[in-house]
Design a protein around this ligand. Sequence first.
Ligand SMILES: Cc1ncc(COP(=O)(O)O)c(C=O)c1O
Length: 427
Amino acid sequence: MTWINRDITEIGGHRLHPETLMMGYGYFPGLSEGAVKCPIFQTSTFVFRSASEGKRFFELAYGLREPAPLEAPGLIYSRLNNPNLEILEGRLAIWDGAERALAFSSGMAAISTCLFAHCRPGDVVVHSSPVYGGSDYLLEKVLPDFGIRTVGFQAGTGRGPRRQAVETARAQGRVAAIYVETPANPTNALVDLADCAALADELGALQGHRPPVIVDNTFLGPLWQKPLQHGCDVVIYSLTKYIGGHSDVVAGACVGSNAALEPVHLMRTILGTMTDPHTAWLIMRSLETLELRFTRSVDNARRVADFLRHHPSVESVAYLGFLDPDSSDGRLYARQCLAPGATFSFCVKGGEADAFRVLDALQLVKLAVSLGGTESLASHPAAMTHSDIEPERRAELGITDNMIRVSIGIEHPDDLVADFRQALEAT
Ligand SMILES: Cc1ncc(COP(=O)(O)O)c(C=O)c1O
């Protein structure tokens, strides 16, 4: 009876898939006039049936007592909870097989709330580089102003630099978190997640505090990379990208265990970085087609990458599907990733002017930052998303002036190839 059974996850011993659960999990039509789709609970606050009920709800929300058996948190105020937020979070947790998810007003809100929740002045964060430009600014400029030092290691360089970064960090203070973005924006460089989890275990034994491994999985997840299965603790998404998927919302999420997310939840309640009911509703709608959209984008990206690889004006293509399976990166890709994704960069022969000429000549693919939408986008990381990074560091990280980043959408692949062909051949 779908009227009352809102949390069915199996039928006759058969486990339902995430694709199926996105249509209804966590929603109870009987509570909303039988509406098939969850309405938008566009309200800031909720009416209590009695003062003692309000008291009970606050006791639970503020952790003043343990819940009684079967006691669920009551609805109080939309900064703390809201049906759209709660149903969205239940569905987000399903994809990663996580205990819990928290939704935020942006990917950056998720990242900053998570790091502020887990770090204190005097702590050190070990992180991979490159990361998204905004995350880089947070790590390099904002956290140090709050007394939290950061030590970076280059993605795609194996265990040595990672262990060296941890040694350097340990000499400076308690390592409070290991933060990685893999594949990295915009180079697609990979970081070994299982090795990061092993490092966190070693640090736990040495310093009496196991730092959580926090993974920005925006580029591949949750379909093509599952960091929790490799021993990581928190998965971060910019929901603005593939999960939102239509370039019409800005939102974020943290997904993981109850233990790793409880401090993040507390911090979110106080900072007010949660997402709003309307955005949560839009993301739920997007989740229903996530697998269809992302699969089509991955197929299209393979077609475009193959075309670019053989074009005489293209110097290189940083597409995960082209990794040599016998190289260490190729072996890591096989262990960790389920598909090459649909965002990658390529370098044209020449410099910035040549890259700009191609970008300006595109007719179908839009010249815009961001990624993961139904439409294809192209941008210039060095002059746009990563322009905050000092030029020498940018060059060390492989973000060159002739690099173009593309996010391949769900258009007809022949049309995309035709557009890239004419743009590369435009004089
Ligand atoms: C990998 C990655 N993480 C995080 C973010 C930040 O997300 P948002 O723009 O939703 O704050 C971005 C944005 O481009 C990104 O590419």
